[in-house]
Design a protein around this ligand. Structure first.
Ligand SMILES: [Cu+2]
Length: 311
């Protein structure tokens, strides 16, 4: 009897300790992004386009936290902006009006949330007209790594790819409403990682044969679905919304709708190239192709650190 009681106390102590250990791991992460309206190149030749951005980049910066972390977010709408902007994180559970509402140029807004679900999530401006704010470039990805580091197999390299449509004249909302896009892009550029279709392309993705390459894929839309496929490869695993619990195996293509995201693992047994596309072919053939070159000489910096979103 006495022994049982002592055992019970010991177990309670262990439980309390492990809770403490978990709480100590969860961090508070401060994230500040600036809404700015700037000209950026949308192809490998340097054709400029009047974008609206987070931090002057399309896509915006990759935000990365761990499941359970608290995100203290601040949006600053630059004084030089001509439009109101806002921020909608798909990784958050908040109030759509109070937290995701618009702020005018020169204003800022803060809100706090806990990243309760692991995965990869879209973030975007939701200001009216949302279709235009997204089409002009106000989108990005937040990765919420699972708190259990063994929840997914370890990736050797990681890449972020965000799909979006290009509308020839960013001022004409009606063409966006009628889905009259001219190109589909990965990471804000036409054939950005495809020297096969565009000799001016200087970038492509790299890995070695046998490595597990993890692609965090977000479809910013605003209108087109993506049938995400690696030509000459097979997705070893696909995780809907990037959640380890949503794993599927051996898929050729996986549909990611606008405003959705998924995590894709790819392993090549041989040297050679895969072409990652949306198999919705008008999208691929107007710009949404990324060459992933598997080579024993792959650059060790690619798919690591800052090079998970290749600028
Ligand atoms: Cu905006």
């Amino acid at each position: 009897m006495k022994q049982n009681k002592m055992l019970g106390m010991a177990l309670a102590g262990v439980a309390a300790l492990s809770m403490l250990a978990f709480q100590a791991e969860a961090k508070t992460v401060k994230v500040t992004l600036h809404a700015t309206e700037v000209d950026l190149p949308i192809d490998n030749k340097g054709t400029m386009y009047r974008t609206w951005t987070f931090d002057g980049k399309v896509p915006g910066p990759v935000v990365r936290v761990t499941e359970g972390d608290t995100v203290e977010f601040t949006l600053i709408n630059d004084k030089t902006s001509k439009n109101s902007h806002s921020m909608d994180f798909h990784a958050a559970r908040l109030d759509v009006v109070k937290d995701f509402g618009s702020i005018k140029p020169g204003e800022n807004k803060s809100y706090t949330y806990t990243a309760d679900y692991p995965g990869v999530f879209f973030y975007h401006c939701g200001s009216d007209p949302m279709i235009q704010h997204i089409a002009r470039g106000m989108f990005g990805a937040i990765i919420v790594d699972p708190k259990d580091p063994k929840a997914m197999p370890k990736a050797d390299r990681e890449y972020v790819i965000i799909q979006s449509e290009l509308y020839a004249n960013p001022d004409v909302k009606e063409e966006m409403m009628q889905n009259k896009w001219s190109n589909v892009m990965f990471n804000g550029g036409i054939f950005k990682y495809d020297p096969v279709h565009d000799p001016a392309a200087t970038r492509w993705l790299q890995a070695k044969p046998g490595e597990r390459v993890r692609v965090y894929f977000v479809n910013a839309g605003p209108n087109e679905f993506s049938s995400f496929h690696p030509i000459a490869g097979i997705w070893d695993k696909v995780y809907a919304s990037g959640n380890p619990k949503n794993v599927q195996h051996g898929l050729q293509s996986f549909t990611v709708g606008p405003g959705d995201a998924a995590t894709f693992d790819l392993i090549s047994p041989i040297e050679g190239a895969n072409a990652i596309v949306t198999h919705s072919l008008k999208g691929a053939l107007t710009g949404a192709i990324a060459v992933l070159m598997f080579s024993n000489d792959a650059d060790s910096k690619m798919g690591r650190g800052e090079q998970i979103l290749v600028r």
